[in-house]
Design a protein around this ligand. Structure first.
Ligand SMILES: [Zn+2]
Length: 224
């Protein structure tokens, strides 16, 4: 087992079975950002918190993004116990994680989220992050597949869900839709969405508005 001093054990109580367990997280004081990709994926000098965002209960198997968690219905708990717990392997994800193990935790979290009919914005967040894990692995085909998947989910969510309680603000969702179109080679729709970012409610999130302007310019320059 690798000992990594940037990590600590976060104590958690499983919302499904009330089991107390721990999951590794990167200490926020140790986070050193190296660079960011245009779809907001962040690289760090040490351990990447992306690998530890999903927590997996070692007793019932319920897997979720604890930072984006919004509660679970009673009926959903039953579904998890029936469908996940009965199929549980002996593996636990409480220790340090390899990229492969990180990938597994996202797949588990996606499976749980689909089973209990979670909001599409939450599924989009999982799919996007799983795409990033594949980027770190150099698996372009799966990265593309999950970015496409995230794009569809973000669009659905933007059109049909209330984003006010979501982890992503509306402007960030607009920008991500544009950028995911861009990354999946649909420049026309990318430009359309960058325009939405800068013209709808300007000033709401200057960081992504500036990013949208830069990306718009890059596409314009490359098609001259
Ligand atoms: Zn549990």
């Amino acid at each position: 087992m690798r000992i990594i001093t940037e990590l600590y054990d976060k104590k958690l109580i499983c919302p499904v079975c009330e089991n107390e367990y721990t999951s590794k997280k990167v200490k926020s004081s140790k986070l050193r950002v190296e660079k960011r990709d245009t779809d907001l994926m962040t690289y760090y000098k040490g351990e990447n918190p992306l690998l530890y965002s999903v927590v997996v209960c070692n007793k019932c198997g319920f897997s979720y993004l604890d930072a984006e968690y919004k509660g679970i219905k009673k009926e959903s708990k039953k579904v998890i116990l029936e469908k996940i717990t009965s199929r549980l392997s002996n593996k636990n994800y409480m220790d340090t994680r390899t990229l492969e193990e990180g990938e597994e935790t996202y797949k588990l979290a996606l499976y749980c989220a689909e089973l209990i009919d979670s909001k599409k914005i939450y599924l989009a967040s999982l799919a996007l992050r799983l795409g990033w894990i594949y980027r770190l692995k150099g698996d372009y085909e799966n990265e593309y597949r999950f970015l496409k998947n995230a794009l569809k989910l973000f669009i659905y969510s933007y059109e049909k869900e209330n984003l006010s309680e979501s982890y992503f603000d509306k402007k960030t969702v607009e920008y991500l839709i544009g950028e995911l179109y861009n990354k999946t080679n649909d420049k026309e729709n990318a430009i359309k969405w960058y325009n939405i970012v800068v013209s709808n409610n300007p000033g709401a999130n200057m960081r992504v508005e500036n990013l949208a302007r830069e990306q718009w310019q890059l596409i314009k320059n490359s098609t001259k």
